[in-house]
Write a protein that binds this ligand. Structure first.
Ligand code: DQA
Length: 144
């Protein structure tokens, strides 16, 4: 059966394109989602997308993903650094999560150096821009 992937983006990622483009690039979230969908399709996988600015909505999405998707490519945005609820949802769902950050969070402010997600993620990619999402998709497809 074809691999199915959920691309999940957290708070403020709906502002991509206009939000600090020197850090996050000039592509919009829609551009990124289309790129990821096309990339997954080229690999014979299917990809659904969801973005929310709300922690509980992201928890709901992770809970619901179980049984529906093989893996989640997840940029939790600022919740990376604050959310035990999101970490617990990942553990409870027992899903392969690929944590992606557009920027290299380790080269930025100290409060971005800690991630609640990394310890329960299958892999962490930071600083490759949009390519990070594509690398995660490649890895999921090649790992299957
Ligand atoms: C981010 C990094 C986070 O620190 C920040 O809060 C974001 C985006 C990234 O993609 O580089 O919203 O996850």
């Amino acid at each position: 059966m074809a691999i199915s992937i959920l691309l999940l983006n957290g708070p403020n990622l709906n502002m991509l394109g206009t939000r600090e483009p020197q850090i996050y690039g000039s592509q919009t979230l829609e551009d990124v989602e289309t790129l990821c969908k096309n990339h997954a399709e080229e690999k014979g996988a299917s990809l659904s997308v969801f973005q929310s600015n709300h922690e509980g909505d992201l928890v709901d999405a992770i809970q619901k993903a179980r049984g529906h998707y093989d893996a989640i490519v997840f940029n939790p945005g600022a919740y990376t650094h604050t959310s035990i609820a999101i970490r617990d949802a990942i553990t409870a769902a027992q899903m392969a999560i690929y944590e992606v950050h557009l920027s290299n969070v380790h080269a930025r402010e100290e409060f971005r150096h800690h991630s609640y997600v990394s310890g329960v993620a299958k892999a962490v990619i930071a600083g490759l821009g949009v390519h990070g999402y594509l690398a995660a998709i490649d890895e999921i497809c090649d790992d299957a």
